[in-house]
Structure formats: C-alpha cells, structure tokens
Design a protein around this ligand. Structure first.
Ligand SMILES: [Zn+2]
Length: 126
C-alpha cells in the first residue's frame, strides 16, 4: 500500500506519517480505517451555515412579534415584513395570528426543509 501526499502528490511508504517530499502530514487512504469525519466531507451539507441557524430565531420572533413582521425581516423578506406590519397595525395585532402560525411552521421544519423553502426558494408566506 502506497500513500499519496494530498499536498504535493508524492508517493510515500505505507508506514510514513509525513510526506518525504513536503513534510505534510499524511492521511490514511484505503483499508477502511479512516476516522468518520474524513469520509466524504463534501457530502455533508452544513444547513446551519446556509441559514438554518435563523430557524429558531425566526420561529420565536414569529410567535412573539409576528404581528410586526419581525420574523420576515429576520429572513430578509422586507416586502412581506412591511405587509405583515401593516396588517398587524390595521387589525390591532390580530394579524399576528399569521406570524404565530408561520413561527410554528418554521420551528417544526427540519433544518434542510427550512433552508430549501425559506432561504433558497424565498417562500414569503407560510
Ligand atoms: Zn508531499
């Protein structure tokens, strides 16, 4: 078994811990003994980094301050936020029921679902 250096491409002995050519640490290849975190890291999608971290904030804002459209501003929906604020003011806060429902919807979605629906597709309502 030969280890290829991922940095410079040089071949190294199986037992080598560091690349002979560039001294970079060598990661084990093949053999099925890699630690879990090194297996196809590109296949793991970081939904939090893509906006799922806003899910809880937007959900709570929707439930508590939904009449003012705060949760929509959190998600970057400026137009919908203004519309929600106007509805909330006109209805003396009764329009906040929309925000409460939306907040609950946000909180019950998975991170992936939330990102796909509200960050990527920009679904403005519900
Ligand atoms: Zn190297």
């Amino acid at each position: 078994m030969i280890r290829y250096c991922t940095k410079c491409g040089a071949t190294n002995d199986e037992s080598a811990q560091y690349c002979d050519t560039c001294q970079a640490p060598l990661t084990p290849v093949g053999g099925g003994y890699q630690p879990m975190q090194s297996v196809n890291p590109g296949q793991m999608t970081d939904w939090k980094a893509m906006g799922a971290d806003k899910k809880v904030v937007a959900g709570i804002c929707g439930i508590l301050l939904g009449w003012a459209g705060v949760h929509k501003f959190v998600l970057g929906y400026t137009t919908e936020g203004v519309i929600q604020l106007v509805i909330g003011l006109v209805t003396c806060g009764a329009g906040g029921i929309i925000g409460i429902i939306e907040g609950i919807i946000y909180l019950t979605k998975s991170d992936e679902d939330f990102v796909r629906t509200y960050i990527q597709n920009k679904k403005g309502w519900f």
